[in-house]
Write a protein that binds this ligand. Structure first.
Ligand SMILES: [Mg+2]
Length: 210
């Protein structure tokens, strides 16, 4: 008998993509040149090279995760993944490390509400959309609390774009670690499954099972 799948998924940069939005806001604020690639890491590195760059970078993040959240885009293939989970009877949870407010957001936009509003607009909670329940979306204030939630939910898999989450002390041993990395790291942590697209995540979760 197949074990029941309980798939936990990170939110920022795993479900929601900010690459183009970060690039756009960085251009508006004259932090980068027009020729810079619309890639989060490239833009971050450019900004950090500037005087006061770390603060500028944090302000930019406060803006894109807060007042401009609505312009973020679902990552290609993520909808199809949720649909496949639903058809297969796999349970899905969103577990996000997200504080109530950003450090440097003058508008003091509630970040969790912004994320939920985004999910709502994108049809995450509609029966004919992704049919997810709001009760299956968890926001945690610290990385340790996120790990605790993954444990408490008994996730068989967890998908995250941040390798540090899987390195964290207490990450549950039985949970399969799936790193979502459009640009896979040269030497990922031992025991990590790496997927560069949501198609690959689906293959790892549904097809590579023994
Ligand atoms: Mg993330």
């Amino acid at each position: 008998m197949k074990p029941n799948l309980r798939i936990g998924i990170d939110f920022d940069n795993t479900i929601a993509s900010y690459d183009e939005l970060i690039h756009r806001v960085a251009l508006e604020r004259n932090l980068i040149d027009a020729g810079e690639a619309p890639n989060k890491r490239t833009v971050r590195d450019r900004i950090r090279q500037r005087e006061n760059g770390e603060v500028e970078w944090q302000m930019l993040q406060g803006i894109v995760y807060g007042p401009r959240m609505g312009e973020a885009l679902p990552i290609h293939g993520v909808r199809e993944f949720f649909n496949r989970c639903r058809k297969s009877g796999a349970q899905t949870f969103i577990v996000s490390h997200k504080t109530e407010y950003a450090n440097f957001d003058p508008t003091q936009t509630p970040l969790r509400k912004a994320a939920l509003a985004w999910m709502e607009t994108k049809g995450f909670f509609l029966a004919d959309g992704l049919d997810l329940s709001r009760a299956d979306v968890y926001f945690e204030a610290t990385r340790q609390e996120k790990i605790g939630r993954i444990q408490q939910l008994g996730c068989t898999h967890f998908v995250d774009d941040l390798e540090e989450v899987f390195r964290e002390d207490g990450f549950p041993e039985p949970t399969m670690k799936v790193l979502f990395a459009p640009q896979p790291p040269p030497s990922p942590l031992a025991g990590l499954a790496v997927a560069s697209t949501w198609d690959e995540v689906a293959r790892l979760v549904f097809d590579a099972r023994t």
